[in-house]
Design a protein around this ligand. Structure first.
Ligand SMILES: Cc1cc2nc3c(=O)[nH]c(=O)nc-3n(C[C@H](O)[C@H](O)[C@H](O)COP(=O)(O)O)c2cc1C
Length: 224
């Protein structure tokens, strides 16, 4: 696949077919993605790849926690933005589009809760890649590197006909992952990527997110 086409066609997939994904394919994707650049070639990433019964256990435990009102925990990459900002407006636009596609009315608390649970269930994907980072790494720099490997995984997956959804929702209960996947305390749990064959009949997979026009966010210097 052409590189530009891959970058332009990648989108978040939130509904997957049940077919399992072979370990060999996932390994090839990670092998490729690890060619991502990192500061000083430190490669500050490690992976726990879950499938089958352990992944189902994680999903069940996440949903139980969520329903019990357990507080969400962020071990890395906390992000925030002002309520009255362009960032908030973009978030609302995404939610509106997904709810429209899924037929969820604004006030339908039950369906909204079901939708949220889906994220905590890794979107029912047959596999989930959990990206972790050694706690000895400090500062935001190492997280920049996670961003590059994360996007590389999503792009490499396309070559195998696989879809992905990067999701913070998948790591909001780190102790669930620690216990079931055996992730040691010495590793910070950063982000999850749900991966599998896209179910193109799943309504939310028709999402077409907007992007700001390049001219609105770019200052050209020395190009007259
Ligand atoms: C760091 C990060 C965390 C994300 N967490 C979630 C999440 O928890 N749930 C979800 O449904 N999507 C999540 N996403 C997907 C974004 O919503 C999605 O990338 C964005 O809306 C752009 O849409 P696209 O990926 O289809 O181009 C996350 C993406 C990133 C990069």
């Amino acid at each position: 696949m052409d590189i530009v086409e891959a970058i332009r066609s990648r989108k978040s997939i939130r509904g997957f077919r049940a077919e399992p994904i072979g370990q060999e394919v996932l390994k090839e994707i990670l092998d490729t993605a690890c060619r991502a650049p990192s500061a000083l070639n430190t490669q500050p990433w490690e992976f726990f790849v879950l499938a089958g019964e352990p992944l189902r256990r994680v999903c069940r435990a996440n949903v139980e926690r969520l329903k019990s009102g357990a507080p969400l925990e962020i071990e890395a990459a906390e992000s925030g933005f002002p309520r009255d900002s362009v960032y908030r407006r973009r978030q609302v636009e995404l939610a509106k589009q997904l709810f429209r596609l899924m037929g969820i009315e604004r006030g339908d608390e039950e369906k909204r809760a079901e939708w949220t649970e889906r994220g905590f269930r890794h979107f029912d994907a047959p596999a989930a890649i959990i990206i972790v980072q050694d706690r000895s790494l400090s500062g935001a720099g190492a997280l920049l590197d996670i961003g590059s490997v994360m996007q590389s995984i999503c792009l490499a997956a396309l070559q195998y006909g696989l879809g992905t959804c990067i999701a913070r929702q998948g790591v909001f209960y780190p102790d669930v992952l620690r216990e079931i996947a055996g992730i040691p305390e010495s590793k910070r749990i950063v982000i999850a990527i749900a991966i599998g064959i896209p179910d193109w009949d799943f309504p939310a997979n028709a999402v077409e997110t907007e992007r700001e026009k390049t001219e609105a966010i770019t200052t050209w210097v020395g190009f007259d």
